[in-house]
Design a protein around this ligand. Structure first.
Ligand code: FAD
Length: 322
């Protein structure tokens, strides 16, 4: 079922019925998928209607050669997104949503992934540009690929209209993907201003995106202001807030550095006072509970949690708020 249908169903059952969902990251190449299931199992009692599965960019690795030189190879350290989605759908009877990237894929490769998703009965996709590769300072588009997420949305919409690449197929079967895109309450790191970024978001929605999922934020006011501005600009699709519980002290530096976002001073002070990461994890849980309660009170359609690795903190939060 489509994310938009899950939301509409929940809202028709009673005002303000907020759904629980989460995102997972595929295991590293060579790992056993059971570890992933072990982390998902405890969250299924909260009835997530959908689970997102990220896609990782390819990376350069350097293999030592006999002559002492290093050979550069390109690899994907966390492959298997579409396969994991199929397995989650089958195992848990849940809608699993693959993240589809522009970066690293030609339009033809993207089309093959979309065909796989369609045949597997995956009803939803999240269309993303992707970040720069680890060794690159700036994002550079794949030759022959989509540059921005908006173009990827257009490619998916074309397939929904029965138009495949190179227009060689007539009377093609139509897919019917529901399309999610990313939004940034504290603006995307490359955008010159929040307003400019919101205009880009509107372009994605006008191109056919059905809903927005936000980057993590730690101050709900940022989300409320973002939604108000988006509505003023005519972005009328659901905007799902994304929440990440802080889990280790190092997140205080890593999250602002990687995602260019602010941590509220009350949160920073509470983390600084922690003796160890066990205490930090507890602070992260309590902060996310407070955020979730306020968001639910405000009637958000879904609270979507970023779960990287162990899910015990997401379970502790969900137990208190769902
Ligand atoms: P876009 O919407 O294409 O925007 C990228 C930047 O370009 C923005 O600054 C925008 O303002 C600007 N822009 C857009 N169009 C134009 C234009 N025509 N001209 C000039 N500027 C323009 N990354 C992964 O690698 N894998 C994942 O699975 C993944 N999942 C994510 C899930 C969520 C919910 C979010 C919020 C992010 C996720 N990301 C993921 C990170 C995402 O790939 C990065 O944030 C990336 O830098 C931007 O992606 P986007 O789809 O928002 O890009």
């Amino acid at each position: 079922m489509k994310v938009t249908e899950h939301i509409a169903n929940a809202q028709s059952k009673g005002k303000g019925k907020t759904l629980f969902s989460f995102e997972i990251v595929p295991p590293t190449k060579g790992s056993n998928i059971q570890t992933l299931y072990d982390n998902i199992d405890p969250l299924m009692e909260f009835n997530p209607p959908f689970i997102d599965v990220t896609t990782s960019r390819e990376e350069h690795i350097y293999i030592p050669k006999e002559n002492g030189l290093l050979e550069q190879k390109v690899t994907r350290m966390r492959p298997g997104t579409v396969g994991i989605c199929a397995s989650l759908k089958h195992k848990y009877n849940v809608d699993a949503i693959p993240h589809i990237l522009c970066g690293g894929f030609t339009k033809e490769e993207t089309e093959y992934v979309l065909v796989d998703c369609h045949y597997l009965g995956l009803d939803n996709l999240v269309a993303l540009r992707g970040d720069a590769m680890k060794h690159e300072q700036y994002y550079s588009p794949q030759h022959g690929g989509n540059h921005y997420a908006k173009e990827l949305v257009e490619q998916i919409v074309n397939m929904n209209n029965g138009q495949y690449l190179h227009e060689q197929i007539t009377d093609a079967h139509r897919s019917d993907f529901c399309i999610g895109v990313a939004g940034y309450p504290e603006k995307h790191m490359e955008a010159p201003s929040l307003d400019a970024d919101l205009r880009r978001l509107k372009e994605k929605v006008d191109a056919g995106a059905d809903y927005v999922v936000t980057q993590m934020f730690f101050d709900n006011q940022r989300y409320f202001d973002f939604v108000a501005k988006a509505r003023e600009m005519g972005i009328n699709v659901p905007i799902i807030p994304g929440i990440k519980p802080i889990a280790i002290k190092r997140h205080m530096q890593v999250l602002p550095q990687v995602f260019k976002l602010d941590l509220p001073d009350d949160l920073v002070t509470a983390i600084e006072a922690c003796k160890d990461n066990k205490a930090v994890r507890q602070v992260g849980i309590e902060w996310a509970i407070a955020q979730s309660r306020e968001l639910i009170q405000a009637g958000v359609p879904v609270v979507h949690y970023y779960s990287m690795g162990k899910s015990s903190n997401i379970k502790a939060i969900a137990k208190e708020v769902f």
